[in-house]
Design a binder for this molecule. Structure first.
Ligand code: NAD
Ligand code: MG
Length: 398
C-alpha cells in the first residue's frame, strides 16, 4: 500500500520551530521516512546534529561563511554539504517526494519555488513567500504538477473544512486569531510595548519573527493574504475572528449556512502531521488529544483594526494587488528587524508598512508580477523604500 512505502523528505528551515515539530513527527516513525536534505540559516551545530541523527544525504546552510565549519563537522560521514543561498535552493531541488518549506521570510521564496518547479509535494509553512509571490505561485505549482499543502494551522484547517462543499457552495472562510499578547491592551500601551512583551505569546511557541507578527496581528494580515492566494478567494470572502483559546483554527461557511470548523490543541504538530500523512492520516508523534471539558469555554471577539492597523493594511494590499502584498510583506520584515534592533517602537511597525505601501503606490510602482525575478525585485525595492522611510517613522511618535 502507498502509505507503507518509504517517503523521501526534505526540510527547509529544519532548525527552526516548524522544523523542530516536523523532525519530531519523522523521528516517531523512522521506518517511513528517508531524509534527503536539511537546511538552516547559520546554525551549524543544530543542523549537524539533525543531519547525523537522520542520516541526511545533503545539508546546506544559507550563511556562506559557515560552509567550511559545516564541511568539517560532517567530514567522514558521507553527508554532502553546501553553503550559500544557492545551496539552500539546491537542497530543495534534490529529488524528495515531500518538502517542508519552513524558512522564515521572503528568503524562502527561491527554495520553495525550486521544490514547486520539480512537481514535489510541498508543505508550505512559509507564508511570507506566498504573500511575496502570490500573483503566480499557485499557477506555477499547478503547471509543474506540484501539490501545495497548507501547513499554517488556519489554512490547514480551511483545507480540511473545504472538503465539505464545492467552490460554488462556499460563502466565506473564517480564520481565527489568538489576538496575541496585546489583545486586551490599550493602544497607547501597545505603542510602547517592549521586545520581551511582544515575544510572550499566550498560546503558541514559535520563531521570533512570527511571534512579533502575532503581537502586531501582522501575522493575521499575512494569513488573510495567504488564504486568498492559496484558495483563490477574494478579500471579502475572508474574515478574521479573534478566538483567544486557539482551539478552532479555521471555518468554512457554505450557502446553506452550515459552518464547518477544524479544531485542535495549539500544537503545530497537528497541521504538520496532516501535511505529512496526506492524503492519509498518521498517528505517530502526534500532539496531545484535545480536552474540551478541561478547556471549558471557547470565546470570540471581532478584531480591532484601530489597535491593530496592520490587519487592515493586509486587506488594502490584497484589494490593491499588483505587487502590493509583496510590498506589505517586505516593509513588515524591515519593520520587525528594526523593532528587534531597538530602532523603532512597536507601534511604528504598522506605520512603516503603511508609509511604504503609500510611497510605493504614489511612485507609480504597482505592476502585476509574473516571475520570481519580478517578486524578488519588488521585494528588494520595497525593502529599500522601507529602510529610507525608517528614520522619519522612528522620529515621529503616533
Ligand atoms: P524560526 O525562526 O524558528 O525558523 C526559521 C528557519 O529558517 C530556521 O531553520 C532558520 O535557520 C532558517 N532560516 C532563517 N532565515 C533564513 C535564510 N535567510 N535563508 C535560509 N534559511 C533561513 O521560524 P518558524 O517559527 O519555524 O517559522 C518558519 C516559517 O513558518 C515562517 O514563515 C512562519 O511564518 C511559518 N509558520 C510558523 C509557525 C510556528 O508555529 N512557528 C506557524 C505557522 C507558520
Ligand atoms: Mg497561522
Amino acid at each position: 500500500a502507498a502509505e507503507a512505502s518509504v517517503r523521501s523528505v526534505t526540510i527547509l528551515g529544519a532548525t527552526g520551530s516548524i522544523g523542530d515539530s516536523t523532525m519530531d513527527l519523522i523521528r516517531a516513525a523512522p521506518e517511513r521516512y528517508k531524509v534527503e536534505a536539511l537546511t538552516a540559516n547559520s546554525n551549524v551545530e543544530g543542523i549537524v546534529k539533525l543531519a547525523k541523527e537522520f542520516n541526511a544525504r545533503f545539508v546546506a546552510v544559507a550563511d556562506e561563511s559557515k560552509g567550511a565549519e559545516l564541511r568539517a563537522a560532517l567530514a567522514g560521514t558521507g553527508i554532502e554539504t553546501g553553503a550559500g543561498e544557492s545551496a539552500v535552493t539546491e537542497a530543495a531541488a534534490r529529488p524528495a517526494d515531500w518538502v517542508m518549506a519552513a524558512v522564515s521570510g521572503a528568503a524562502g521564496l527561491k527554495p520553495a519555488l525550486a521544490a514547486v518547479d520539480r512537481g514535489a509535494t510541498v508543505a508550505l509553512a512559509n507564508k511570507e513567500c506566498l504573500v511575496c509571490a502570490g500573483d503566480f505561485f499557485m499557477d506555477r505549482a499547478a503547471k509543474a504538477g506540484a501539490c501545495i499543502l497548507p501547513a499554517d494551522s488556519e489554512h490547514n484547517a480551511l483545507f480540511q473544512a473545504l472538503a465539505s462543499g464545492s467552490r460554488d457552495e462556499l460563502t466565506r472562510v473564517i480564520i481565527t486569531a489568538s489576538g496575541g499578547p496585546f489583545r486586551t491592551w490599550k493602544a497607547e500601551d501597545i505603542e510602547q510595548a517592549t521586545l520581551a512583551q511582544a515575544l510572550k505569546h499566550p498560546n503558541w511557541s514559535m520563531g521570533q519573527k512570527i511571534t512579533i507578527d502575532s503581537a502586531s496581528m501582522m501575522n493575521k494580515g499575512l494569513e488573510v493574504i495567504e488564504a486568498s492566494y492559496l484558495f483563490a478567494l477574494s478579500s471579502d470572502e475572508i474574515d478574521v475572528l479573534v478566538h483567544p483559546q486557539s482551539i478552532i483554527h479555521g471555518m468554512v461557511e457554505f450557502t446553506d449556512m452550515s459552518v464547518v470548523a477544524q479544531l485542535g490543541s495549539p500544537d503545530m504538530r497537528t497541521p504538520i502531521a496532516h501535511c505529512l500523512g496526506w492524503p492519509n492520516r498518521i498517528s505517530k508523534g502526534r500532539a496531545a488529544p484535545l480536552d474540551l471539558a478541561k478547556i471549558g469555554s471557547l470565546t470570540f471577539e471581532a478584531p480591532d483594526y484601530a489597535r491593530f492597523p496592520g490587519l487592515k493594511l493586509a486587506y488594502d494590499a490584497l484589494r490593491t494587488g499588483s505587487g502590493a502584498t509583496t510590498v506589505y510583506n517586505a516593509a513588515n520584515e524591515i519593520a520587525v528587524a528594526a523593532f528587534i534592533a531597538g530602532k523603532i517602537r512597536f507601534g511604528a511597525i504598522a506605520r512603516l508598512v503603511e508609509a511604504t505601501m503609500n510611497g510605493w503606490v504614489r511612485a507609480g510602482n504597482l505592476a502585476p508580477l509574473s516571475s520570481a525575478d519580478d517578486a524578488i525585485s519588488v521585494d528588494h525595492k520595497a525593502r529599500k523604500l522601507a529602510a529610507s522611510l525608517l528614520p522619519e517613522i522612528a522620529a515621529n511618535a503616533s
